[in-house]
Design a protein around this ligand. Structure first.
Ligand code: SAM
Length: 512
């Protein structure tokens, strides 16, 4: 068997859990490209290709939410592609085509050009010639304004992780049975954790590994940690390879990680004092600072490189539709000059004395998880100030610009170039049909989940596995309770409370 045959049979035997990754959503790629000065293609009518799509879990939410887009997924594993096709059919999605094949041996050009090409979790886990073919396909497949997404394992963080991988591979030996491989590997990791001398390097490595392992399922362990191919590279090495294929680095899917100040004032000061200003070099330094293990980088055709500008202008920020959950930590918002603290997405706090900023944060939080345009935010903030008897300053739009810049560049907001709202927003007891059907389809399984308009996978609690499939708008609160009781979902008290708090839960899950 060739290396590719081995890989195929690994994924056929133990399919990968196929989830969605919001950082790779075309809407994310378009917003980041726009922030950095490019003119990305319209996402709603885009042609999108995902390479190594497994069972399509990452492109299904996109295809469902963008019926005028045309989506293609390719994967080596026929078993995964078949599972994906069944899912696509059950969800009634018509603009997504799944193809089984080896990216290095296919005529991808025959599929036409794509506005967005995504390869998540593939590049580091394939033989070198396939990794090269992946970059070549990305370059050849992208339209002139297209954007590619590539995620990959990086050094220096993987230096330490490789110690654990090597030890686990040793213990798993030649075992061909996936369950045995996992058992031996976990046994080795537990053994090393137990005997590692306290305070030593191994103890630190194992503590970090064990903390991460709590979230690893067997399929993740087998494919991400124990896969025959797992080749981390330094960031600059990947860039050199991409450049050789005519691809230019645009930025990270989460731009906040690119900014030295977001890693602490000392980091920013050191880089400035030592003349480290070129973006790529700055980021290579940051990889050392953060002991980075994984990157999610965006690439564009090399001809676009001269247009990339890493300082988003106010004009660019104003084009964004922004959502943010930034509630005050000490009671209702006070629209006076008193200092007030607000909790951000990462748990850190932001404080301000400015009534306009407080009002804007209140408006955003009330609207969460859906977006507001710059103009909508200005109008709603102005109204909130007037209602509180405060005359808004003529500089209000500029203050909103400053706030948007902080929220976006610190990674505290969700943002897109188009508004994000489900079709059913504001409709009681109804969620988007594709999300409802996904809940229905997976409801009977342990890993029941659906997806939302932010391209997120939403795991479902046991009661929601029964409730969400019922949310087609045909039932009122009493009928939902009755249906759950008839299905034996719980006691009257539990079921009633669950349905009563549905609205709040749907907002938390970003489903309604
Ligand atoms: C680690 S999984 C990641 C799956 C998915 N992108 C995700 O992140 O959930 C790697 C995927 O790449 C696929 N793959 C590996 N080699 C490939 C090749 N030569 N051509 C196409 N797909 C390939 C595998 O079948 C597998 O589904």
């Amino acid at each position: 068997m060739t290396a590719i045959d081995n890989l195929r049979s690994d994924y056929d035997a133990t399919p990968y859990v196929s989830n969605s990754f919001p950082q790779s959503a075309p809407g994310t790629l378009a917003a980041v490209a726009h922030l950095f000065g490019l003119q990305p293609p319209d996402v709603g009518h885009a042609r999108v290709l995902e390479i190594g799509c497994a069972a399509g879990g990452n492109i299904v939410p996109f295809a469902a939410a963008h019926p005028h887009a045309e989506v293609v997924g390719i994967d080596l594993s026929e078993v995964q592609i078949e599972a994906g096709r069944a899912r696509v059919q059950a969800l009634g999605i018509e603009n997504l085509r799944l193809i089984a094949g080896d990216i290095a041996a296919m005529d991808v050009a025959a599929l036409g050009a794509f506005d967005y090409v995504i390869a998540h979790g593939v590049y580091s886990w394939v033989p070198d010639d396939v990794a090269e073919a992946l970059l070549a396909t990305m370059r050849a497949g992208l339209t002139a304004d297209g954007v590619g997404y590539l995620s990959y394992n990086v050094y220096p963080g993987w230096k330490a992780k490789e110690v654990v991988r090597d030890a686990m591979m040793l213990a798993a030996g030649a075992s061909q049975v996936p369950e045995d491989k996992v058992r031996h590997a976990r046994g080795m990791a537990d053994f090393l954790s137990e005997v590692a001398p306290a305070g030593g390097v191994l103890a630190a490595i194992m503590a970090e590994w064990q903390a991460a392992d709590e979230g690893f399922g067997d399929s993740y362990l087998l494919h991400d940690e124990l896969e025959t191919f797992n080749t981390p590279r330094y960031f600059y090495e990947v860039l050199a390879r991409a450049n050789a294929h005519g691809l230019a680095y645009l930025g990270e899917a989460r731009p906040e990680v690119m900014i030295p100040a977001n890693h602490g004032p000392k980091v920013a000061e050191y880089l400035a004092a030592n003349g480290v200003t070129a973006q790529v070099l700055v980021e290579q330094y940051l990889d050392f600072v953060t002991n980075r293990t994984f990157r999610q980088s965006l690439f564009v055709p090399a001809e676009r490189a001269p247009q990339i500008d890493y300082s988003p202008t106010a004009e660019r920020l104003r084009r964004l539709h922004v959502a943010a959950l930034v509630p005050p930590i000490d009671g209702p918002v006070r629209l006076d000059d008193s200092r007030q603290e607000f909790r951000q997405a990462d748990g850190a706090t932001l404080f301000t004395n400015a009534p306009a900023i407080k009002a804007a944060l209140d408006v955003l939080t009330e609207r969460w998880p859906w977006t507001l345009s710059h103009d909508e935010l200005v109008v709603a903030t102005r109204q909130r100030l007037l209602d509180a008897g405060t005359q808004p300053s003529p500089d209000l739009p500029a203050h909103i610009d400053d706030l948007t810049r902080v929220l976006v560049m610190q990674g505290q907001a969700h943002y897109r170039l188009d508004p994000v709202r489900p079709e059913t927003a504001g409709t009681a007891f109804r969620i988007d049909e594709s999300s409802r059907r996904a809940a229905e389809l997976t409801g009977g399984f342990d890993d029941a989940a659906t997806f939302n308009r932010w391209h997120e996978t939403v795991p479902l609690e046991p009661l929601d596995r029964q409730l969400l499939p019922l949310l087609d708008g045909s039932r009122d609160e009493a009928q939902l309770i009755e249906a759950l009781l008839a299905a034996g979902a719980g006691t009257g008290e539990v079921v009633t409370e669950w349905v009563r708090t549905l609205g709040q839960r749907l907002a938390e899950l970003k489903l309604g």
